[in-house]
Design a protein around this ligand. Structure first.
Ligand SMILES: *Cc1c(COP(=O)(O)O)cnc(C)c1O
Length: 433
């Protein structure tokens, strides 16, 4: 499969090159040249297939011949080692829990898949050129990436996180692995970390010295495997005769955009709903038709504190740049922290369900949509384990949250991080290590 840059000023590349580069040389996001819908027989037989087979069929065309089928199946089998339970909460509402992976965040799937693809390419490569994955994180991305790439041959991972601004659990998950994972603690905000990473990608002083790549949803190998969730959920509800709607709590809009790719492949999704926090650029766009990115503001659902969603250009591409077409396929609503807390309390007291702040926004958005579309079957994505956001979960709910074993063991490990405060220090580090 070939990929082209959405800036349309770079040459097309194959899957491997797109994964190694992350972004095209013209700074555009890569997008697949063609999308071939899956055969009807695939959907008819979906309920008979296991998760690995479903995922394989969904992603195969996007990888193409660059990874042979047996190896691709193996990569998928090693990626999908945990469950994605669908929890029935109300007659027409399910929660799809995506947080049962090793770092308790949905990003585990994309990170594990991407890491194994890069590992595969490095294994086979004759020049043994190692790749440095450089990521800025406000918490969740960094831990999923660190864990996914741990001990993958030929890949060094460098994670920048803002000092004092990630939770204790998240910091431990980032800083205690060692081996090929380096954590860099930045005296500054998440935006400062992000700026440093962007500057490094543009810095020609690394040319020929370090091949830098990204591991956020810009990278096609992190973005596309997120299609799996939608197929796996559909398998569970296949026999319900209602139009299916997915509600996705969104930040960079990579996850929801992957759902739209699944829909392009023929998965019968009636409509998408996005829930955001106060960073409501997309809901505003859907209302006004004007796309106006703005600086991000801090909220209790901080993995979605994004003011300029990077996958917006892919969403536009999927809808042929048509605002009308997009509006028919996507609804969006923004919520305050107070509304988010209220939803967490309500879900717990009325439904006995513990949601994290991101999932709670997915629920709120779905409810809002269903007020006018009561005949739909709604599935909202629960993107993180509540324990990762313990400090912002209402007291009444907190007491019932049990800390998983994997978290307990990481908490007792010793933190190891480099401390920096400027871009030059980062550059120095990258050139000398
Ligand atoms: C990253 C993240 C999101 C947002 O996902 P996008 O693909 O960036 O829209 C939502 N919830 C949690 C818990 C996350 O970590």
């Amino acid at each position: 499969m070939n990929y082209f840059s959405l800036e349309r000023k770079s040459p097309e590349v194959g899957f491997e090159e797109a994964v190694r580069r992350g972004l095209a040389p013209d700074r555009g996001l890569y997008f697949p040249k063609r999308i071939e819908p899956l055969a009807k027989s695939f959907f008819d037989n979906l309920h008979l297939m296991d998760s690995v087979e479903i995922a394989f069929q969904a992603i195969k065309q996007f990888v193409g011949a660059e990874i042979p089928e047996v190896d691709l199946r193996k990569i998928i089998a090693e990626t999908l080692t945990f469950e994605f339970p669908l929890v029935h909460l109300e007659e027409q509402i399910y929660a799809l829990e995506l947080y049962h992976g090793p770092t308790l965040a949905f990003k585990d799937v994309g990170a594990r898949f991407m890491a194994r693809c890069l590992g595969y390419f490095n294994d086979r490569s004759t020049n043994k050129e190692s790749v440095t994955v450089l990521v800025a994180t406000s918490g969740d991305t960094g831990s999923a990436v660190a864990n996914g790439f741990y001990k993958v041959p030929g890949v060094d991972v460098i994670i920048l996180y803002p000092s004092g601004k990630v939770s204790e659990i998240q910091e431990k998950q980032l800083t205690t692995l060692g081996e090929n994972i380096t954590a860099i603690e930045v005296q500054g905000t998440f935006d400062d970390c992000q700026h440093m990473v962007k500057r490094a990608f543009l810095d020609h002083d690394f040319d020929g010295k370090r091949q830098l790549t990204s591991a956020n949803s810009i990278n096609v190998a992190r973005w596309l495997p997120q299609m799996f969730y939608y197929f796996l959920a559909f398998k569970e509800v296949k026999l319900e005769e209602r139009p299916i709607v997915f509600s996705v709590p969104s930040g960079n809009f990579g996850n929801i955009c992957a759902g739209m790719m699944a829909q392009q492949l023929g998965l019968p999704i009636h409509h998408f709903v996005t829930g955001t926090n106060a960073n409501d650029v997309i809901p505003n766009y859907l209302r006004t038709g004007t796309y106006q990115p703005k600086p991000s503001v801090a909220t209790i659902s901080n993995a979605m504190d994004v003011g300029a969603p990077s996958n917006f250009v892919r969403i536009q591409e999927i809808h042929n740049g048509s605002f009308e077409k997009l509006k028919q396929n996507l609804s969006g609503y923004g919520f305050t922290d107070a509304q988010t807390r209220e939803a967490m309390e309500y879900l717990y007291s009325e439904k006995g369900y513990i949601a994290d702040p991101h999932g709670a926004i997915g629920y709120l958005a779905l409810k809002e949509y269903q007020r006018n579309e009561p005949e739909t079957l709604g599935i909202f994505l629960e993107t993180a384990h509540p324990v990762k956001f313990l400090d912002v979960i209402p007291k009444s709910v907190q007491e019932s949250i049990t800390i998983p074993k994997s978290i307990k063991s990481v908490l007792s490990k010793k933190k190891k991080a480099e401390m920096i405060s400027t871009y030059d220090e980062l550059k120095q580090y990258l050139l000398s290590n």
